[in-house]
Design a protein around this ligand. Structure first.
Ligand code: EPU
Length: 339
């Protein structure tokens, strides 16, 4: 009989640090428990799979079962002179796994250092930072089909990756439990990606002239620490919104009025505009409203100064959306999952 807890506080399980309760809660430590869990009546009500809780905003009491993924394990599946294929259980901490790779000089994930959350959540939202997305290193994603209980596997092509998107957020949303992720990493002749301006600048500043997995990881960690608040001391969930894409002609029209607007080419004739810049232009950067606010060093990060509720953060995010819509006619879409 599995130990399902009742009326559990979610405060320790969300990086925003908001108070909320769940009717039922289960710590999944062994994948063998999954089929038993699927046969319990509580599984058929509302349910939510929770990883590190670093990309979620609880605005209400959760009326069903929360399954906290605590699956652990890292296994080498295949190794050649130049590459390694490694399978990682989905409940492992993403950053701890990246450090595991950096320690062994396995290349491919160093730009994704210090991203909070679990390995299982990483392909779902195709985490990305400093010019690299996890999709580049994914070989397969393994999971359990939540309607049949059968094991399933998806190749990288089948994952339908896009900017902060995958098939697990689209067609297969809430249909698959990701149990492990298989990554293909380099052992030598690494393909370093340092074109993201701040990395080269940081490497220069630190006198690191030789590119290495470790040097890039260290640089990324320093950059992130300088801009992004640590959720252990200041509640947050990283970027709250996605960076919007608009047609190039629309970006040109905005640039006529705001010539300094940064923009980056995206797919087809689209252009990506940093949401942080749009939010800053609307005067929100560093603003505080009671317990919550907009981070002073990165306008895309909403913060909880302590005691803030999910509804306060949601209301702030809606006010920001409204300002950006009024000033630029651009609709910001949350990146964070709002429950
Ligand atoms: N900017 C501003 N004001 C600010 C901050 C940034 O105008 O307060 C402008 C600057 O022009 C800057 C540009 O926005 O050059 C981009 O800023 P930054 O490099 O900080 O990245 P971002 O686009 O805001 C994205 C990801 C981050 C990731 C960084 C680094 C999204 C939604 N966010 O942020 O991911 O760490 O790039 O690659 O794509 C996350 O998803 O939680 C996250 C933190």
């Amino acid at each position: 009989m599995l130990a399902i807890e009742e009326n559990v506080s979610l405060l320790p399980y969300n990086s925003f640090g908001v108070a909320a309760m769940a009717s039922s809660f289960f710590h999944l430590k062994d994948i063998g428990q999954f089929n038993e869990l699927m046969n319990m009546p509580v599984f058929n009500g509302p349910r939510l799979i929770l990883g590190g809780g670093s990309n979620i905003l609880f605005t209400t009491h959760y009326p069903g079962l929360i399954i906290r993924n605590e699956l652990q394990g890292i296994h080498i599946l295949e190794e050649t002179a130049s590459r390694i294929l490694v399978s990682v259980a989905s409940g492992e901490s993403w950053h701890d796994f990246v450090m595991h790779c950096v320690d062994r000089d396995w290349g491919g994930l160093e730009n994704l250092s210090l991203i909070p959350g679990t390995v299982g959540a990483a392909p779902i939202q195709n985490i990305g930072a400093y010019g690299v997305e996890i999709s580049h290193a994914i070989h397969e994603v393994h999971g359990i089909d939540l309607s049949t209980g059968r094991e399933v596997a998806y190749s990288r092509d089948e994952c339908g990756f896009g900017y902060r998107e995958s098939v697990f957020k689209g067609r297969l949303k809430e249909k698959i439990f990701v149990s492990s992720v298989t990554l293909s990493l380099t052992k030598n002749n690494h393909h370093f990606n340092v074109h993201y301006g701040a990395i080269e600048e940081m490497l220069r500043k630190d006198g690191r002239h030789m590119l290495s997995v470790r040097a890039i990881s260290d640089a990324v960690i320093k950059i992130r620490q300088s801009k992004l608040p640590d959720h252990h001391t200041l509640g947050n969930a990283g970027s709250f919104f996605k960076n919007p894409t608009v047609h190039a002609s629309r970006a040109e029209a905005i640039k006529k009025e705001f010539s300094e607007m940064p923009s980056y080419p995206s797919d087809n004739h689209d252009v990506k505009i940093p949401a942080a810049w749009l939010i800053e232009q609307c005067g929100w950067k560093g603003k505080r409203i009671n317990h919550v606010g907009v981070h002073a060093h990165q306008a895309l990060v909403l913060v909880n100064y302590g005691g803030g509720t999910g509804v306060e953060i949601l209301t702030l995010s809606q006010q920001i959306q409204q300002s950006v819509s009024e000033k630029f006619s651009i609709d910001l879409v949350p990146e964070v999952n709002i429950i």
